[in-house]
Design a protein around this ligand. Structure first.
Ligand code: NDP
Ligand code: 2IT
Length: 450
């Protein structure tokens, strides 16, 4: 058995109850062996055993009062996964499905993603099994305050800097930041995605979706292709999906779908981004509301909510952008997309494609941009926010956006070059994993073991 197979087998025997973590580990470890063969120091220093084990995990109770004065209890976490190249950095997710295994998958992906950005940030992730749906603003505020009472002692601008993820946007970051400031009396950049009038960065809201499209543009240009004229399927209707749609239009492409946990919108005329923002960012409503506002849009509900699946991958499109959540695109969906002529898939969500789906894309040799490369624009811009906070300054939208564009283009070039170096031209899964891994592994070796 190879070194990487051995480590994966050991993880599988110890963490069978964390399927998403094992899936992420498998996707990564199954591509690293050529790089491990080339540099025996990685096995000698037991890097795989060390990089797949979080440095520490905080797991805590979050008690808060609902609007009726009743006591609610949730479970919160922060996984500080790897600090070899910088302070822990990664989002907070608020969703009923959150558990330690989900956060370990996200944290492991984050280590390599952050390394790929070329900036000095380590990997972390956190969150809670709190469901923001149906909660009042005041309930969300009290939850965020209770969460921060538990978290504040473990974070800091050079220690660990959380941000948003599913269920955590500008509103939640504001409440979390306010709680931290009251608890510590410190005004410091301990979160990214902050409001613009208290230390946030222009273009952070747009960054993941815009970065995804910049990455895709670089990937297509490398093959002499472009996004112009392409019909696109986008899933999700949150932060990443909205700004992916917005930038697709700027590139001359047309997004024809979006989805949320309740259903799918299809409109061959194109998704109206202003209406989508109104429904999801302002009203926080379901997409059925979008169909009320746009007469050409067809809404297909998810039949067995909350377990059901959206319909996004059933439509005939040239390019697909999964931007909702993990494992939302399976092998069958991949085959449907390919049969319908889709030649480009770029992942805005983390681990949206199952291993079966990834294998279909690689076999078909389409343009496939894996999540840790394609969606790195969000965290890269978070790092730009940290830089602005540290310098007590703020840059213009154009400055940040142009840095983001540069980072995504470099990231694509580095990923593609690494795939070529290992004789697998176009395999960006292998390229991203090896390029991200090497930098972290070398730093771990340099820093020794105590
Ligand atoms: P949001 O909470 O803003 O949006 C998530 C969207 O996905 C919502 O429309 C949600 O539906 C929909 N959705 C459908 N099914 C599910 C499900 N089972 N679980 C969760 N959401 C579901 O999150 P983001 O847009 O920020 O995140 C989307 C994806 O992108 C995630 O995988 C996240 O990890 C990843 N990502 C986010 C980054 C960021 O900067 N925000 C950076 C890099 C990656 P509904 O509206 O009904 O809740
Ligand atoms: O998955 C991700 O990269 C994010 N949710 C963004 C993390 C961040 O620190 O900006």
């Amino acid at each position: 058995m190879s070194y990487s197979d051995n480590v994966l087998a050991s993880l599988k025997s110890r963490y069978a109850y964390q399927p998403e973590f094992l899936q992420a580990a498998q996707e990564i470890l199954s591509t690293l062996q050529p790089c491990l063969d080339k540099n025996p120091a990685y096995e000698k220093n037991r890097i795989l055993e060390r990089i797949t084990e979080p440095e520490r995990i905080f797991s805590f109770k979050v008690e808060w009062l609902n609007d009726q004065g009743g006591i609610e209890v949730n479970h919160g976490y922060r996984v500080q996964f790897n600090s070899a190249i910088g302070p822990y950095k990664g989002g907070l997710r608020l969703h009923p499905s959150v558990n330690e295994g989900i956060l370990k998958f996200l944290g492991l992906e984050q280590i390599l993603k952050n390394s790929l950005t070329g900036t000095p940030i380590g990997g972390g992730k956190g969150g809670a099994d709190f469901d923001p749906k149906g909660k009042s603003d005041n309930e969300v505020m009290r939850f965020c305050q209770a969460f921060m009472i538990q978290l504040y002692r473990y974070i800091g601008p050079t220690i660990d800097v959380p941000a948003g993820d599913i269920g955590v946007g500008g509103r939640e970051i504001g409440y979390l930041y306010g709680a931290y400031k009251r608890l510590t009396t410190r005004y410091e950049g301990i979160l990214t995605g902050k409001g613009l009038n208290y230390g946030g960065s222009l273009a952070r809201t747009e960054a993941t979706g815009y970065g995804l499209v910049y990455f895709t543009d670089a990937m297509l240009k490398d093959k002499g292709e472009s996004l112009k004229g392409k019909v696109c399927a986008v899933s999700g209707a949150g932060n990443v999906a909205i700004y992916c749609c917005e930038k697709l239009y700027e590139m001359g492409a047309t997004p024809v779908t979006v989805s949320d946990s309740r259903g799918t919108i299809y409109d061959p005329n194109g998704i109206k981004v202003d209406v989508l923002k109104q429904v999801k960012e302002v009203e926080r409503a379901s997409l059925s509301r979008y169909a009320e506002l746009v007469s050409t849009a067809k809404f297909t509900p998810v039949s067995d909510y909350p377990q059901g699946k959206h319909q996004v991958w059933t439509y005939k499109v040239d390019a697909a952008f999964p931007c909702a959540t993990q494992n939302e695109l399976n092998e069958e969906d991949a085959k449907t997309l390919l049969a319908n002529g889709c030649t480009c898939v770029a992942e805005g969500a983390n681990m949206p494609s199952t291993i079966g789906a990834i294998n279909e894309f690689l076999k078909a040799k389409i343009n496939y941009g894996p999540a840790k490369a394609a969606n790195a624009g969000g965290v890269a811009t978070s790092q730009l926010e940290m830089e602005q906070n540290a310098g007590m300054t703020s840059w213009t939208f154009e400055e940040v956006d142009s840095k983001l564009h540069g980072i995504m283009t470099n990231l694509y070039n580095n990923t593609a070059a690494t795939a070529r170096e290992f004789g697998l031209d176009g395999n960006l899964v292998l390229g991203a994993n090896i390029a991200g891994f090497r930098k972290v592994a070398d730093a771990m070796i340099a820093q020794g073991v105590i």
